[in-house]
Design a protein around this ligand. Sequence first.
Ligand SMILES: *[C@@H]1O[C@H](CO)[C@@H](O)[C@H](O)[C@H]1NC(C)=O
Ligand SMILES: *[C@@H]1O[C@H](CO)[C@@H](O)[C@H](O)[C@H]1NC(C)=O
Ligand SMILES: *[C@@H]1O[C@H](CO)[C@@H](O)[C@H](O)[C@H]1NC(C)=O
Ligand SMILES: *[C@@H]1O[C@H](CO)[C@@H](O)[C@H](O)[C@H]1NC(C)=O
Ligand SMILES: *[C@@H]1O[C@H](CO)[C@@H](O)[C@H](O)[C@H]1NC(C)=O
Ligand SMILES: *[C@@H]1O[C@H](CO)[C@@H](O)[C@H](O)[C@H]1NC(C)=O
Length: 413
Amino acid sequence: MLTSRRKRTAAAGCLLTLRHPLCPARRVSAPVAVFSATQRTGGLVEMAIFIIALLSLSVAMVGVGGATTATTPSSVHSVFQCHDWGESGVGAVRVMEGEACWLPCPLFSHPTVYNYSSIQAAGLNLVWYHVVAGQDMEQPIDFHHPDQRLSKEREKLWLQPTTTQDTGQYICMLRNRTLCAKIAVRLEVVPSGQDPNCEVKAAVPPTQVIVPLQEGRILTCPDLEDIKLPNTSHSVTWYHECNAFRNIDRVFKGDKLVIHVMLEHYQGLYQCVVTYETKGRAIKFTRVVNVTAVSSSGLPKKPNILNPAKEQLYPVKQGSEVNLTCRVSLPYLEGPRETWWTIDGKTVEQLADPRISFTSRVVLEYFGDWTVENVLRIQDFSSEDLTREYNCSGRNGRDVATRRAVLEEESEE
Ligand SMILES: *[C@@H]1O[C@H](CO)[C@@H](O)[C@H](O)[C@H]1NC(C)=O
Ligand SMILES: *[C@@H]1O[C@H](CO)[C@@H](O)[C@H](O)[C@H]1NC(C)=O
Ligand SMILES: *[C@@H]1O[C@H](CO)[C@@H](O)[C@H](O)[C@H]1NC(C)=O
Ligand SMILES: *[C@@H]1O[C@H](CO)[C@@H](O)[C@H](O)[C@H]1NC(C)=O
Ligand SMILES: *[C@@H]1O[C@H](CO)[C@@H](O)[C@H](O)[C@H]1NC(C)=O
Ligand SMILES: *[C@@H]1O[C@H](CO)[C@@H](O)[C@H](O)[C@H]1NC(C)=O
């Protein structure tokens, strides 16, 4: 997500589109100038109005930012301001100290707005800055440092390897003489040695993999296929809960881990450590795959209504609150699973009666198979309610099951 950091640069919106008639572009060179000018001529109110005006322009301009055609106002090339998208909304990138990491410039996560290939063709430059944690200064990244630890490749910044000092914000700025936009991404380098129980071997969140019991699955190391490693050989080593392993059911095949027959105790976190060499250095990164077993796909998968049971009667009392509890078994299948009540064929949402509501929750889970409880709550139960037809239903990817709940009025004692 791109989020705009308007707080910091009130005048930002006009900067993408300097030549827009609404933009006082040539006069607004930097926010500092704006503030001092308005302060000199007088009141806070005036300044506030000016800033509000700029903010609304900023809102108006965001939508058209990417697709403008410009004539170059050659007089304003070095001082004009940069459109600041703030910090990327996807959250910090985390990496273990000593491992390799790459940061894609988040401007390009919206290819309809910024597209790396076309931007390169248009001759725009991508520049990276580092803001050290706790500081406020944007320092250009030195790609010519003799240690060659930092490099860039297309829209990615590479750190091979990371050190704890790399923690902080990285700002990628895209600019030519008329256009400028920037966005920040936060990097958190997790000190190694903070891992006594093998909890976070790789600080990147695990990839989830679901394997039915008794079945086979091939695991690939996340990110390995997507990144372009230097043109050297690499190797991948797999661990299960941080332990080396090898047996008949689980074998290594090239970079991959092949599970021939899934068993319950093969569940858990698998770490894959990718090692390669670059610039004379051995580099590695670790990723984690979280393997979960679900019930075998050979077992019955149809949903089943447990309550209302065949002969079950639901006691109700006029004028009081009535809860009808439905329990449905919903075996694991990919895709959504749900339960719902209907009253005379209408769902609670369709009825939109404030007296009627329901709650639904998983009360039991066993290898992905759910037992769901869905309680229909009717307040101030009326004689009319007594005559209606109450049906509970459950659905998974295989089928829908429905059963009617038969009500019985409790006699007054
Ligand atoms: C990016 O631009 C290139 C070249 O202009 C084009 O081929 C490609 O389809 C564009 N990609 C997207 C996602 O718009
Ligand atoms: C800067 O890039 C924009 C967008 O690609 C383009 O329209 C504009 O002509 C470029 N300006 C210069 C001076 O190259
Ligand atoms: C990468 O390695 C392959 C095989 O070792 C070789 O054929 C290819 O030319 C190399 N590419 C570059 C860009 O060095
Ligand atoms: C692994 O997956 C299981 C089941 O989806 C989940 O309960 C568990 O929290 C996950 N563990 C991690 C470390 O993500
Ligand atoms: C019905 O269920 C709700 C919660 O779902 C509970 O607060 C309420 O006390 C229940 N009413 C009766 C009559 O059991
Ligand atoms: C309610 O469920 C019963 C099965 O128990 C079914 O025969 C009936 O058609 C259902 N009614 C509606 C309105 O869906």
